[in-house]
Ligand binder design. Structure first.
Ligand SMILES: C[S@@+](CC[C@H](N)C(=O)[O-])C[C@H]1O[C@@H](n2cnc3c(N)ncnc32)[C@H](O)[C@@H]1O
Length: 197
């Protein structure tokens, strides 16, 4: 599946697909975002300029802004951004597939967070997207990426499937793009943007 095909599928997806908590209630869905925003706040410097890449309708972006971050919501789906705008009309938003994020932002971000986005892409697509995210972050900034490794890595085959990476493949991409792994207690890997080797 190409990047465009994945985005188009999300563009017409039922909003319930974004997170399982929505199957419980809207309150549970929003609470899941609050909990994850508070986790992110344990590593993101207070008040920093953060892009939520693949923000959907703002499950995490909105509570992050509530914690005092200068948040830009970024998504490839205009319908997701429309829903974000309904709930958070003042939040900055950019339409991007990730590969052109730096150009869309204009100014480099202090951090990019991206939850439940890379997992829906092929290895080749994800590598292009990660390169785009890295280019959008200033040197020494942070990237919190839901980019799971596995001892039995698997390339997912559809817009809602889950791709996992080998640690070796991930380390190789990091070295080429200038991403240094940071040790944290977060459930997602965290990287510092460094000059590429
Ligand atoms: C499972 S939802 C996750 C939404 C949000 N990150 C969250 O955790 O609530 C996936 C989102 O990623 C967006 N997305 C997927 N691939 C993308 C890409 N290459 N560029 C931009 N957005 C993308 C979809 O449009 C959708 O809004």
């Amino acid at each position: 599946m190409s990047i465009d095909t994945v985005i188009e599928a999300w563009n017409v997806a039922d909003p319930a697909a974004i997170h399982p908590a929505r199957g419980i209630s809207e309150d549970a869905y929003r609470e899941s975002g609050q909990v994850q925003a508070e986790l992110l706040a344990t590593v993101l410097p207070a008040g920093s300029r953060v892009v939520d890449f693949g923000c959907g309708d703002g499950r995490v972006a909105i509570p992050l802004a509530g914690l005092g971050y200068d948040v830009t919501g970024a998504d490839g789906s205009q319908s997701m951004l429309n829903r974000l705008h309904e709930t958070a009309p003042d939040m900055a938003a950019v339409l991007t597939d990730g590969t052109d994020l730096a150009r869309q932002l204009g100014k480099k971000a202090d951090a990019v967070v991206s939850l439940a986005v890379l997992i829906h892409h092929t290895y080749e697509s994800a590598e292009h997207i990660i390169a785009g995210l890295r280019a959008a972050v200033r040197v020494n900034g942070l990237l919190v990426l839901d980019w799971p490794t596995s001892d039995d890595p698997h390339e997912g085959g559809g817009w809602i499937s889950v791709t996992t990476w080998s640690r070796t493949r991930q380390d190789d991409i990091c070295q080429r793009l200038g991403l240094k792994r940071v040790d944290t207690d977060l459930p997602w890997p965290v990287f510092r943007a460094v000059k590429a080797a």
